[in-house]
Ligand binder design. Structure first.
Ligand SMILES: Cc1cc2nc3c(=O)[nH]c(=O)nc-3n(C[C@H](O)[C@H](O)[C@H](O)COP(=O)(O)OP(=O)(O)OC[C@H]3O[C@@H](n4cnc5c(N)ncnc54)[C@H](O)[C@@H]3O)c2cc1C
Length: 305
């Protein structure tokens, strides 16, 4: 039996398996071909089972959160995509501590904090990812970042061994962490907030949301900022000053509203976006001598090829 037959035969009653699933439906860019197999995790036990299976049968594995920082190959993805999202999203508030399953959306975690009169997560309200996807890259906005509130993370390594990482062991930096560097798979996140004024917290969340809507092209599919912030500059400003606002390749366009975003104007392919990224990088490098580094995680059809 090959791995697919084994998986179907031995795990169909234990795991939620789906075959040939269009990943465009699972990414905020609305781009991406078929996942050979998509498994929606319902518990950390299921996450462990999938990791052990992939390790044993040497199957390629990709972890999917809300797909809001992802550019997926038009040809799709070989192996298994393990979705830690909608089916794994419990949030519990105990005093000033919040414990969230990795699949919980950051907006929902921030809302739970606000409801409980806890401050510290207002910045994350408009970030459209899961807390698991957020913590591995230390998501941040408006001067806040998850490193300021995350105290502990439960995760597995690629072989399915369980780990608890706390404090300095998480090694947070700008859009990075130990979790990302070492490829941990996050299942639970512990956050510590401070008591605050519920109305003021909700007001700040509403204000930051309005700022986002005013500046970012939220009316189009995208995967957020195209590039990391280069030291001493703003990527969007450089792209704008290079005259690239509105520059289009196929269905992908440098947003007219915010040059730091590439938007899907309709029917954009992964190839369109990659070509546009290459064009922007060259133009900015030639004009300003600044090397831009993409912020998206890029999934190739066969990462072993
Ligand atoms: C309109 C828009 C605005 C945005 N604004 C911001 C912003 O202000 N600040 C900011 O930081 N980001 C922003 N982003 C980017 C994105 O929302 C964040 O990077 C978010 O943290 C990604 O989470 P996700 O669940 O969508 O991860 P995905 O896109 O699904 O995955 C991204 C990476 O994380 C990995 N991953 C996901 N879940 C897990 C897990 N449980 N364990 C281990 N690895 C995992 C994936 O394998 C992949 O490598 C924005 C995106 C959009 C579309």
């Amino acid at each position: 039996m090959n791995w697919k037959e084994t998986l179907q035969h031995e795990y169909a009653d234990k795991l939620r398996l789906e075959w040939n699933v269009p990943l465009a439906k699972y990414t905020t860019f609305h781009i991406g071909g078929l996942a050979e197999c998509l498994i929606s995790a319902r518990s950390s036990k299921e996450v462990q089972l999938v990791l052990q299976f992939c390790h044993k049968y040497q199957v390629e594995l990709h972890i999917l959160g809300n797909g809001s920082n992802l550019l997926v190959d038009d040809r799709g993805i070989r192996g298994i995509v393990l979705y830690i999202g909608r089916r794994m999203q419990e949030i519990t508030v105990n005093g000033t501590q919040i414990v969230a399953d990795a699949g919980a959306r950051m907006a929902l975690v921030a809302r739970a904090a606000a409801e409980a009169g806890l401050t510290g997560l207002e910045f994350s309200f408009g970030i459209p990812g899961t807390i698991g996807g957020g913590v591995i890259m230390n998501a941040g906005a408006y001067g806040g970042e998850l490193s300021q509130v995350v105290t502990k993370v439960e995760a597995f390594d690629a072989e399915g061994n369980f780990h608890v990482l706390e404090g300095d062991a998480l090694c947070f930096g700008y859009r990075k962490s130990t979790l990302k560097t070492h490829g941990y798979i996050v299942t639970k996140v512990y956050l510590e907030c401070k008591p605050g004024d519920k109305e003021a917290i909700q007001q700040l969340m509403a204000d930051l949301g309005a700022q986002r809507r005013g500046k970012q092209p939220l009316e189009y599919p995208s995967a957020g900022s195209t590039f990391k912030r280069p030291e001493g500059y703003f990527a969007g400003q450089l792209i704008d000053q290079a005259g690239l606002k509105g520059y289009t390749v196929g269905g992908a366009q440098v947003s007219e509203k915010h040059a730091g975003f590439i938007i899907n104007k309709g029917g954009a392919t992964s190839r369109d976006v990659r070509t546009l990224i290459g064009y922007i990088k060259t133009a900015v490098s030639e004009k300003f001598g600044v090397e831009l580094e993409p912020e998206y995680v890029i999934w190739d059809y066969d990462s072993r090829a």
